[in-house]
Design a binder for this molecule. Structure first.
Ligand code: GLA
Length: 341
C-alpha cells in the first residue's frame, strides 16, 4: 500500500484559518510518500529514508518523543482515538518537499501516514474534513504548534490547476482556476533558522483570541476595521491584518478571473507589508529573500505560511527570471492512497 500527500503553497490569506477567515492555497506537485506493509506484531516500524533514521513503537501505546517520530506516533494515536482499527505495519517515508520550509511537509507527512495506515488496515476512513481535523490534532497535541486546518485541507483537497478558496467558518471549499497565462509562481528559501517558530505562532493565535474576548466577538471574522481602534496594541494591528487578509482573498480571486497579474502582484505585496508591520512575523532573512524576488522583477512577493522564516513566494511575469535556487510551484492533485504495482 502506498499513499502520497502533497505540500502546499498559500497564494494569499495568511493567519486567517484559526480566525474563521478565508485563504486561497493550492496543493503543490511535491510531497511525502509513505509505503506500508503489514506485519504480525502490534508494532509500527518506521524508516525515514531521506533522513537515514528509524523508529519503532507499540501500536497500542505510542509514547511521546521529540522530532519527526512525534508525527508518526501522533498520527497512529489519533487514528486509534478516532476508532480506526489499525494493524501492525512497516512504514517507509520519502519525500521531495524541503523540510521546515513553510511548504507544509509536516501536514503532508501526517496525511500520507493516515491514508496509508487506513488503507492497509482496510478500515473505513473518516471524511476528508474529519481527517484534516485529526491530522491537525497531531500538530496541536504532539508537536505543540496550535496551527489551524489550512495545511491539512490543502493537502487532502488539492486539485490540479486550481487553488482552493477555503472559508474556515463553514469549511466550504471552492476550487478556483489558477490560470497564470505566461506567469509563474516560485518560492525561494529565506534560509532563516526558524527558531521559536511555534512559540511565535502560538503567541499570535493567543493575541487573536484575546482581541475577540475584548471585542465580545466569537471570532475575528465578525470584526470590522473600525473596531480595531478600540483594541490595545499590538492586538489592534493583529486584528487589522486578519480583517484585511480576508478581503484580499476575494480581491485576489477577482484579479485572477480578470487575468490582471499586476493587481495580483500588488495584493501579494500588500499581504507581505501587513504580515511584516501588523502581524510582525517577518525576519531580516525573509526581508532579504522578498527583496531578492522583487529585485529580479517579481510582480509581487511575500512571506508565506506561519512566518519567522521558510520559503517566500513570488509572482513572475514572462519577461523576468527568478533568482537562482527558486522553485517553480504549480497546483497538483490532492492526497491519495493506492495499491503498489
Ligand atoms: C501555518 C499553519 C496554518 C496557518 C498558516 C498561516 O502554515 O500550519 O494552520 O495558520 O501557518 O496562514
Amino acid at each position: 500500500m502506498e499513499a502520497f500527500a502533497p505540500g502546499r503553497v498559500n497564494l494569499i490569506g495568511e493567519h486567517t484559518d484559526y480566525n474563521q477567515g478565508l485563504a486561497l492555497p493550492f496543493a503543490i506537485d511535491r510531497g511525502i510518500t509513505v509505503t506500508a506493509e503489514p506485519i504480525q506484531a502490534r508494532t509500527i516500524e518506521v524508516q525515514a529514508l531521506d533522513l537515514g533514521q528509524t523508529d519503532r513503537f507499540n501500536l497500542d501505546s505510542p509514547q511521546r518523543i521529540p522530532g519527526w517520530p512525534a508525527f508518526v506516533r501522533g498520527t497512529v494515536a489519533e487514528l486509534s482515538r478516532a476508532g480506526v482499527e489499525l494493524i501492525g505495519a512497516r512504514l517507509t517515508i520519502t519525500g521531495d518537499i524541503p523540510r521546515g520550509a513553510g511548504l507544509s511537509s509536516s501536514a503532508a507527512l501526517e496525511v500520507a501516514l493516515a491514508l496509508a495506515l487506513i488503507a492497509l488496515s482496510d478500515a473505513s476512513a473518516p471524511d476528508r474534513i474529519e481527517l484534516a481535523r485529526l491530522c491537525s490534532r497531531v500538530e496541536n497535541e504532539w508537536s505543540g504548534a496550535q496551527t489551524g486546518l489550512l495545511d491539512q485541507l490543502s493537502s487532502l483537497c488539492g486539485q490540479p490547476g486550481h487553488c482552493l478558496r477555503i472559508d474556515f467558518r463553514t469549511l466550504e471549499i471552492r476550487p478556483v482556476a489558477l490560470e497564470l497565462d505566461e506567469h509563474r509562481l516560485v518560492t525561494l528559501d529565506s534560509g532563516s533558522p526558524r527558531v521559536n517558530t511555534s512559540s511565535g505562532y502560538n503567541q499570535r493565535r493567543a493575541e487573536c483570541s484575546r482581541a475577540c474576548e475584548l471585542l465580545g466577538l466569537p471570532s475575528l471574522r465578525e470584526a470590522r476595521l473600525e473596531m480595531t481602534q478600540e483594541l490595545p496594541e499590538p492586538l489592534g494591528r493583529r486584528a487589522r491584518h486578519v480583517i484585511r487578509s480576508n478581503a484580499r482573498v476575494d480581491q485576489a480571486i477577482a484579479a485572477l478571473e480578470r487575468h490582471d497579474f499586476p493587481a495580483l502582484g500588488e495584493l501579494l505585496d500588500e499581504s507581505h507589508a501587513s504580515l511584516r508591520e501588523d502581524y510582525e512575523i517577518s525576519t531580516p532573512e525573509v526581508e532579504d529573500a522578498v527583496g531578492a524576488l522583487k529585485a529580479a522583477g517579481a510582480l509581487g512577493a511575500r512571506i508565506m505560511g506561519g512566518g519567522f522564516g521558510g520559503h517566500v513566494l513570488g509572482l513572475f511575469g514572462p519577461g523576468s527570471t527568478a533568482p537562482d535556487g527558486s522553485l517553480n510551484v504549480r497546483p497538483g492533485p490532492g492526497a491519495r492512497a493506492y495499491h503498489q504495482l
